[in-house]
Structure formats: structure tokens, C-alpha cells
Design a protein around this ligand. Structure first.
Ligand code: EZ4
Ligand code: CO
Length: 420
């Protein structure tokens, strides 16, 4: 197709023809898969393709099947390249495929911003708010440990906090880290999936104490969330929603695994506790029914896992029609590139709700990734560096080679495998 004259000028000045697609797996504290797309002019963009526990599958897919198809294409054609990788693969959707599309998409938005001299939020439509309100995590082995950590976060200015406490009698139950630094995957000590016990009865009997005491201690002005991590059945989740109604949660996250989206109708019919889901979803198709039926309140898809900025923007626009707000996943197994991509999107999205925040990176990952993001008074502020404002230091990354690492699995007390 003949190019309009303006893009001819841009092409001559700063050729955006893709000349190299680099895929780097590194472990600066934990594993990340990073894509770097280089154009003829030397301008490059970076993207995050990390799929926790399956990093090498993503890296191989990118190197063997995606990179060769991108060489020679125009990096400006973000939508066409997205469609080319989505429809063109024939085998649509899926976590590996969508993470690869996501990383390419982020890198292309980064390039477009750098060429235009504008931060990506300007390309999306500009700022809709001053900053991005986040919720931080407070976890502990006892209710009082968790609430001490929540108190420290409130003192730092956080207005929304996710509360998780160990279930008495279930050692290492989900979401409880305390001071452990390596998140859930005990990389060096146990390279195979750790196993953790689960009992719905013990959980249901103890969870109300956490929120009763949180409200008693901190009053009604702080927003609280809780992540069930898909451990319940729909009717159990409905009961939990009712138990927690007096404590006015901002939302209850992943109450039920919902390959069957109808499960959320059952919960919705019984409780006014707001519901959030989506961190493992890959596309809008995974949550279409729950959104259009208004069974959920927040959609938590991540840029890395649901097709990048382009994928997330589509989900946000659709969700807005049904009063569903976005609350993107913000765990440390997303790289700072994803956190930046989401911050730009959150700043623009008219139906932004809240952003999960567990820090942008660690001391070690900061040796490899840089980003133009800051946190103050419980909000992320995005700088005006063109593109995503992130960078990836390949030389520094080479000092941190990949280490096999897995998320835990859960078993009921009789040994039955359960959702972790
Ligand atoms: O367990 O990202 O809301 N956050 C979460 C995360 C997920 C991990 C899985 O890799 O549920 O902590
Ligand atoms: Co979660």
C-alpha cells in the first residue's frame, strides 16, 4: 500500500524497519523474559514476555517462530503486527502465544513513543488523572503481623491494601510471605514446585477475624482487598462474600477459578461484595460473559499476559460499557517493563480502578531494568520520557542467568491436588 507523505518523511528520517529481535532470559532475583526490538535507525523498544515457571517455552516461541516473521516489517504498524501474530498463528489465544504478542506489542509502543518524542500515555489519548492509585500487599503469619505491616503501609501513604494471613493449621498457606524476599518460588532451595496444604473449612473459619480486626484498627477510610487465589467453589465464594460484606471490601479477588464464566453469576446472585478476576486470562474472550453480564466489578488482566497494551486497551474499552473497571495484575513476576506499560495505560483508561503494586523492582533487578516511574502517597507517577520510559541493560542481565523455578502447587489434606 502506498504510504502517505508524512510517514515517508518519518521513514526517511528515522527508519522504523525492524532489523533485529532479541530475546533475553535473565534472573536478576527472579526470572524474566525480555524482548528487544531494534529498528534500522537504531531506535529500539523493549517488552516483557515473562510467564512464571514456563519462561523457556516463551523464549523459544519468540526466537524460533516470532522473531523471523518480524524482520523487515515497519515497527509503526502495531495493530497490523498484533493481528498478524494473533490471527496468523492459526492456533489463537493461549498463555505462551499471548505473552509473545504482548512483549512485541509493548516494544512497538515503546518505539512509536520514542520516534514521536512522546510518552505512551499521550499516544493513547493523554492523562485522565494525576497519578495511578495502587493497592499494596500486607501479609503475615498472624492477624496482628499482617495488620502491623498494613499499618506501616498506611503510614507511607497507601490508601488501599490487600490483606492475607496464614490459615491456622495450614503451614505456608497462599499469599503469606512475611519478610521472605524471593516471593512464592523458593528458587535456590527448592527448584521443583513446592507443595502446600489447603483446607477450605480452616480458611473459612479464620478469614473473618482478619477483616474484623482490620476495620477495628484502621477505621473505614482505607480500602481493603483479599485474594482467594481460586481456592473456593462458587457457592463457597458466595458465602465468603456474605461473611465479608460488613467489612466493605474494595474487592474479593479470584474467588473461584472460572474457565466456566457462569460461576460468577452464582456468586453475584448472593453477595454485594465486589468481585475481581483476570490475572491468568489471555484475551477478552476469557472474560467476555462475566463483563457483559456485569457479574464482576474489576478486570485484572495483565499487559504481559493478555496481549500487551493493545490487548489490554481492547479489554478496558469493552469493560467500560458495563461499569467494569480495570485493576491490572502487578505481581513481581511481571517485569518493570510490564509495570510501566500498565502505568501508562492506567493513566489514560477512563475506567481505571486501581493498580496492584508490590514495588517496581528489587535492588538486584534495578541493576538490569530502569524505569521512569515513582511512587508517592499511594500513587504511581509516570515521567515524560518518550516511549515507555524503560530500559534493559543486556550486559548487566548476562550476570544473572536463568534459574529453573516454579510456583507452588496446593493439595487438600488428603493429598488431592487443588488450585494454588
Ligand atoms: O500468585 O503472580 O494478585 N497476585 C497474585 C500473584 C500470583 C503470581 C503467580 O505467578 O495472585 O501473586
Ligand atoms: Co491474585
Amino acid at each position: 500500500m502506498p504510504a502517505p507523505s508524512r510517514s515517508k518523511i518519518l521513514t526517511q528520517e528515522k527508519s522504523t524497519t525492524i532489523t533485529d529481535v532479541r530475546v533475553i532470559v535473565s534472573s536478576p532475583g527472579r526470572n524474566f523474559v525480555t524482548v528487544k526490538i531494534v529498528t534500522e535507525s537504531g531506535i529500539y523498544g523493549v517488552g516483557d514476555a515473562t510467564v512464571n515457571g514456563r519462561e523457556m517455552a516463551v523464549a523459544t516461541y519468540l526466537k524460533e517462530h516470532v522473531a523471523p516473521c518480524l524482520i523487515g516489517r515497519n515497527a509503526h504498524q502495531i495493530e497490523d503486527i498484533w493481528q498478524y501474530l494473533y490471527k496468523g498463528v492459526y492456533w489463537r489465544k493461549g498463555p505462551i502465544n499471548m505473552a509473545c504478542i504482548a512483549a512485541v506489542d509493548m516494544a512497538l509502543w515503546d518505539i512509536k513513543g520514542k520516534v514521536a518524542g512522546l510518552p505512551v500515555y499521550e499516544l493513547l489519548g493523554g492523562k485522565s488523572r494525576r497519578g495511578v492509585t495502587v493497592y499494596a500487599h500486607a501479609t503475615g503469619d498472624t492477624v496482628s503481623d499482617t495488620l502491623d505491616r498494613a499499618g506501616a503501609l498506611i503510614d507511607q501513604g497507601f490508601k488501599a491494601i490487600r490483606l492475607q494471613t496464614s490459615v491456622p493449621g495450614l503451614e505456608g498457606s497462599y499469599g503469606v510471605l512475611g519478610d521472605k524476599k524471593d516471593y512464592f518460588e523458593q528458587q535456590s532451595s527448592r527448584p521443583l514446585p513446592p507443595e502446600q496444604p489447603w483446607s477450605t473449612r480452616k480458611y473459612m473459619n479464620s478469614i473473618e477475624d482478619l477483616f474484623r480486626e482490620a476495620r477495628a484498627r484502621f477505621g473505614d477510610d482505607i480500602a481493603f482487598t483479599h485474594d482467594v487465589h481460586s481456592r473456593l467453589t462458587p457457592i463457597e465464594a458466595a458465602r465468603l462474600g456474605k461473611i465479608l460484606e460488613p467489612y466493605d471490601l474494595l474487592f474479593l479477588e479470584d474467588a473461584v477459578a472460572a474457565e466456566n464464566q457462569d460461576s460468577y453469576r452464582i456468586i453475584r446472585e448472593h453477595t454485594t461484595t465486589p468481585l475481581a478476576i483476570g490475572e491468568i486470562y489471555n484475551t477478552i474472550w476469557d472474560c467476555k460473559e462475566m463483563i457483559q453480564n456485569q457479574w464482576i466489578d474489576y478486570i485484572r488482566t495483565a499487559a504481559t499476559h493478555a496481549g500487551g497494551i493493545t490487548g489490554l486497551r481492547r479489554i478496558a474499552e469493552f469493560a467500560a460499557l458495563f461499569h467494569v473497571r480495570i485493576a491490572p495484575h502487578g505481581a513481581p513476576d511481571l517485569s518493570p517493563i510490564c509495570h510501566a506499560a500498565q502505568a501508562h495505560l492506567d493513566l489514560w483508561a477512563p475506567n481505571f480502578g486501581v493498580q496492584e503494586y508490590v514495588g517496581f523492582g528489587t535492588e538486584i533487578s534495578n541493576q538490569v531494568f530502569s524505569y521512569d516511574l515513582s511512587i508517592q502517597d499511594g500513587m504511581i507517577f509516570v515521567g515524560d520520557t518518550p516511549g515507555l520510559g524503560v530500559d534493559f541493560n543486556e550486559e548487566a542481565a548476562a550476570d544473572h542467568p536463568y534459574k529453573r523455578s516454579y510456583l507452588p502447587v496446593s493439595r487438600l489434606e488428603d493429598g488431592t491436588l487443588w488450585s494454588w
